[in-house]
Design a protein around this ligand. Structure first.
Ligand code: COA
Length: 115
């Protein structure tokens, strides 16, 4: 049964500017170590940061739980590249399905809560 649905879009440029301005302080505020390590494997990591930023916002909307923090969720990729959501330091029994896409200028993500 579908319990929640969320979507978010972000300009890749906004994330790039934030990283250029605030550096690791911004990255560590929004992303977990695993997410930063994963994005840094790419020549242009901002697409991946933007995709994860949008995915986290979409998850927050889908879950409808106030006061979630950026570090409560880590987004990784399975061996085929499909994004997968993990919760840190909190129990959430329902399954979250996410999807991410990015073009040159925008990243978009959706999240569905199932269970
Ligand atoms: C999966 C696929 C549809 C992605 O399309 P795309 O236009 O290149 O990618 P988009 O820019 O729209 O989206 C990129 C995001 O798609 C997601 N993605 C990648 N592979 C995926 C998959 N197999 N299933 C679902 N989502 C996937 C990722 O979240 C990725 O962003 P991230 O790397 O920053 O996490 C495309 O690569 C494809 O059709 N591949 C064929 C199947 C394939 O090669 N599988 C890999 C086997 S190892």
């Amino acid at each position: 049964m579908i319990r929640g649905n969320g979507i978010d879009i972000i300009e890749v440029d906004r994330i790039q500017k934030a990283v250029e301005r605030w550096g690791d302080a911004f990255l560590n505020y929004v992303f977990t170590d695993a997410e930063i390590k994963s994005a840094r494997r790419f020549k242009f990591p901002y697409l991946h940061y933007a995709g994860r930023f949008a995915a986290k916002e979409a998850i927050f909307k889908a879950m409808g739980i106030p006061h979630l923090s950026w570090h409560d969720v880590t987004i990784t990729n399975d061996p085929e590249g499909k994004p997968v959501c993990h919760f840190n330091n909190m129990e959430f029994k329902k399954k979250i399905l996410i999807s991410i896409s990015h073009s040159r200028d925008y990243a978009i993500a959706s999240a569905i809560v199932e269970g």
